[in-house]
Design a binder for this molecule. Structure first.
Ligand code: FES
Length: 105
């Protein structure tokens, strides 16, 4: 069971006992972090926007074009570290992953 360290919008860190096989968005939501995820993970709302710790970027699967196009429209987009958490599949190799919830648009 991978542990994910998620920082909420108040700067509070949460160590989540994540479930592999679910998306990062589902893990954040299931642990009561404030992720609206209004499209349910269909890559069409960007309300699951997170910043990935730079040390972990290489461990993630590459960003697909549709995710890239959507997230870069966010007012809080940060080149290189912005990801949509619904597009990140949690696996055991992401044990220790650090992310920060982006501000709401
Ligand atoms: S939940 Fe809508 S884009 Fe991720």
């Amino acid at each position: 069971m991978p542990t994910i360290i998620a920082t909420d919008r108040d700067g509070q860190e949460h160590a989540l006992a994540a479930k592999a096989g679910l998306s990062l968005m589902e893990n954040l939501r299931d642990n009561d972090l404030d992720v609206a995820a209004i499209c349910g993970g269909c890559c069409s709302c960007a309300t699951c926007h997170v910043y990935v710790d730079a040390d972990w970027l290489g461990a993630l699967d590459p960003q697909a074009m549709d995710e890239r196009e959507l997230v870069q429209d966010s007012a809080h987009f940060r080149d290189g570290v912005s990801r949509l958490s619904c597009q990140i599949r949690v696996t055991d190799r992401l044990d220790g992953l650090r992310v920060t919830l982006a501000p709401e648009d």
